[in-house]
Design a protein around this ligand. Sequence first.
Ligand SMILES: *Cc1c(COP(=O)(O)O)cnc(C)c1O
Length: 418
Amino acid sequence: MHFFSYKNDELFCEEVPAESIAEQVGTPLYLYSWATIVRHFRIFKDAFNGLKHLICFSVKSNSNIAILNTIASEGGGADIVSGGELYRALRAGISPDKIVYSGVGKTPDDIEMALKSNILMFNIESEQELKTINDVAEKTGNRARIAVRINPDIEPNTHPYIVTGFNENKFGIQIDNALPIYELAKGLKYVDIKGISCHIGSQLTEISPFIDALLKLRELAQKIKKMGISLEFLDLGGGLGITYDTESPPDPSEYASAIKKIAGKDEFTLILEPGRVIVGNAGILIARVIYTKITPNKKFIIVDAGMNDLIRPSLYNSYHSVMPIKKTSGETIVADLVGPICETGDFLAKDRVMPPFKQGDLVALMSAGAYGFSMASNYNSRPRPAEILVKGKEFSLIRSRETLDDLVRGEEIPEFID
Ligand SMILES: *Cc1c(COP(=O)(O)O)cnc(C)c1O
């Protein structure tokens, strides 16, 4: 459930009409509902009551520091994948002892920054990374807490681009090769082994792959224990899906109770890294229709948001519901909702039944709170959109629309070509 709804045929975010924000801030813009984020976070967290757990919000799903601060205020931690995300998480007030760091390509500089910040642990993804972390820790006089990210080789039934837990994926260490890595880690002087982690994919709409992964992790934990290593954390990653269209993913309470049934009496603290399920349906992208165009085969609604603002349709062929900001009468049409970018792949919706949008109308792309702005780029030299957070009757800019100066910031024309 979220707090975007129609009152008298007008779309509201909580108690604010979306149109008034679009008029004041301009388009395109990302609009988030604070109450929805908090509600989703609390539902997720409360579902794990009775089990020792830590919720580390996946920063890459939405990295705005106002959103991260909202999570911090609710007691959440962060799952980060870069030094930049570490910087954001700390700036937003997330406690370092609730930060876990995943990713296959952590550089020595990233590692040093994370060690100096004293984060909870690194989820290491290769033998070389493990050795590098040990070396950097020795150099900086720190100790590194680590978990090994395991690739449990599970079929999660989701889009191939967001499957991460298969043997052929670049992520983690194959479960069959895990024990030698733990053996190696045990012999390293500056590394403290803390856990096992995994993340099998995103937008999963069934519980069974998570349970399969959990069972594999627990089985591995027993073997590691026999090596004389005690573990504190099992990190099950993120990946719980949301409803974009007609999907019916398990709700967090079903997900949590299935997990509790298995791990409810374990001595481990369970770490969860939800992203999409917290923020996905807490945000929308609002665009304005610039032109409409009819070709012999198709109708096009051309809006001022493109694949640089919301790349999911182009990248994953994913579905975002298209809604009017103001409902009007008139027969629906079937059209493509496209952006201004010079790429055929620049579409937001294809062959979609939608209201008969006219020039100047405002359009909402729903469920854009996760992997929306955080994946936005400046392609075609388009300033990235503004981001707004609504809480009750209030709203505030949480990121200004980029300016033309922002577009060329850092660029120089060298003297030798002048
Ligand atoms: C992306 C990612 C997540 C979050 O995935 P969601 O599908 O948004 O829940 C969690 N953990 C890791 C390691 C990730 O890469």
